[in-house]
Design a protein around this ligand. Structure first.
Ligand SMILES: C[S@@+](CC[C@H](N)C(=O)[O-])C[C@H]1O[C@@H](n2cnc3c(N)ncnc32)[C@H](O)[C@@H]1O
Length: 468
């Protein structure tokens, strides 16, 4: 940033609207100014933190007027924890902004002809809607300005969430509104037990410490999985912690642990030990069972996942005689969900363990018309694959945030299936891909779904139909 811009304060900036990634925008001397943590209608002074020739970024340092749409955030950690950035905006408006994001991306990036974007499918639960949370132990608790200024000595161990953009600072969480009771109870009891037994909390800078990470997963059927990651391998201490959890929370149906002496917290390559109960939990949807292992992906809002899958199935419009490709199938949830309405479903995904889960889920549910393959989509979906399998009548695609690789888009154009249902957690890359597909496809329906209330994230489903 140029010296001239540094610490410059823009006064009385009127926040006009919400742009991408939840940032709000105003205008100053012809330039766009992006500001976090404000709402359209606020009038603020902004300290510039980044300046480019066409835009600036900054933080609000003084509020002159508050937007009439503001509400009081309900969480005491709001503003420090990066989890629910939109708690200050009422839920109806959150939904309006989310839908608007989809409209904006498709008109600005997609530049394709689109039908009216449908009203977003809202989440009945706007709190306690997540089925998975990931907490970090740290010996470097985030201290507030008041705590630092008081000069007093504070407990520095913490169990909670990372402060945004700070890899080594953790906000100690007392209550999180994202996941139901067992989650708050397990986290708080485990922290208290660790402190009273002087067990070490992980020191990420020096890569030492016993307690490293805690993952809690729950299902709508009342099952729960608790995974503790240890950064040390002292068997006695590990036993102490696991026995404590087992005795205190007999309702945990899968109590697991991992010894992770690596530099990072990912554990796909590590052994997961079942301490008590089963090695998995089971979610249910329309009578189908989905087995979720410690390494399996499952949509984190189960109720809204059901809404999302219903929209997807509805857009696919299956009659029973279609061959469906489910690209980026994960653990095959969509594939298995639509299997009863199709002749055959073929799922592709690059995580091998997820494909094993997908096959298992077909087996558990007695579905015999599914096939699953592991591999990178751009390599898997080639002429040989198509020659060896039936051509698709419907393609469902649900890629990661980055969207689809060009080779995959080109293959879809070559395949020219009558229908593509494109599910995405990032309307920007979805709009980009749809623009490429518009060479042969028209956009028939656009349905946003809210999976993550209190955040700016939006899921979006698009129906593309082959032009005649
Ligand atoms: C948004 S998730 C889709 C999840 C799934 N449809 C569901 O609802 O549970 C995207 C999936 O794409 C997979 N993936 C990412 N890049 C891939 C690639 N290049 N080739 C194949 N699969 C990929 C990820 O592992 C992940 O499971």
């Amino acid at each position: 940033m140029s010296r001239k811009m540094k610490n410059k304060v823009v006064t009385n900036l009127t926040i006009e609207r919400i742009a991408t990634e939840g940032k709000c925008v105003g205008h100053h001397e012809g330039k766009v100014v992006f500001v976090q943590g404000v709402a359209p209608g606020d009038v603020v002074d902004v300290r510039i933190t980044r300046g480019k020739s066409s835009f600036m970024e900054g933080e609000a340092i003084k509020f002159h007027e508050y937007s009439k749409d503001r509400i009081d955030p309900f969480c005491s950690h709001f503003g420090t924890c990066g989890g629910c950035k939109w708690q200050h905006i009422n839920y109806d408006l959150q939904k309006t902004y989310k839908r608007q994001q989809v409209v904006d991306q498709f008109t600005r990036i997609g530049k394709v002809e689109i039908p009216e974007v449908m009203p977003i499918v809202g989440s009945a639960n706007t709190r306690y809607y997540r089925n998975k949370l990931d907490f970090t132990f740290s010996n470097n608790r985030w201290l507030t300005r008041e705590e630092i200024d008081s000069g007093a000595a504070f407990e520095r161990n913490a169990l909670g969430f990372h402060i945004p953009k700070m890899f080594d600072k953790i906000v100690d969480i007392e209550h999180c509104y994202l996941q139901g009771d067992i989650s708050n109870d397990v986290r708080n009891e485990l922290r208290a037990f660790a402190l009273s037994n002087s067990l070490s909390f992980y020191d990420i800078r020096n890569q030492v410490g016993l307690l490293r990470n805690l993952i809690i997963r729950t299902t709508s059927t009342g099952e729960s999985m608790v995974i503790v990651q240890f950064g040390g391998d002292n068997a006695e201490e590990i036993d102490l912690v696991m026995n404590f959890l087992h005795e205190k929370f007999p309702q945990i149906t899968a109590l697991l642990y991992i010894i992770n002496l690596k530099k990072n917290e990912t554990f796909n390559d590590l052994e997961v030990v079942t301490f008590a109960g089963r090695a998995y939990i089971e979610e249910e949807m329309e009578g189908l069972k989905f087995r979720i292992g410690p390494k399996s992906f499952y949509q984190t809002n189960s109720d809204q996942a059901y809404e999302l899958y219903k929209v997807t199935r509805d857009f696919a419009g299956l009659k029973g005689d279609e061959v469906v490709y489910d690209l980026y199938t994960g653990t095959g949830t969509i594939a298995n969900f639509v299997a009863k309405q199709a002749k055959q479903v073929i799922g592709i995904e690059y995580v091998e363990a997820a494909i094993e889960d997908a096959k298992l889920n077909s087996l558990v549910n007695g579905l015999e018309n599914t096939l699953f393959y592991a591999g990178d989509m751009k390599d898997m979906l080639n002429d040989d694959f198509i020659a060896a399998h039936a051509k698709p009548d419907v393609i469902i695609t649900d890629p990661p945030r980055a969207g689809m690789h060009d080779d995959v888009v080109n293959m879809l154009l070559k395949l020219a299936a009558p229908k593509i249902v494109y599910v995405s957690c990032n309307p920007a890359t979805q709009a980009r891909d749809v623009a490429l597909l518009s060479e042969k496809y028209s956009v028939d329906k656009i349905q946003p779904v809210d999976m993550f209330p209190q955040t700016y994230h939006v899921e979006n489903v698009v129906l593309l139909t082959l032009k005649s």
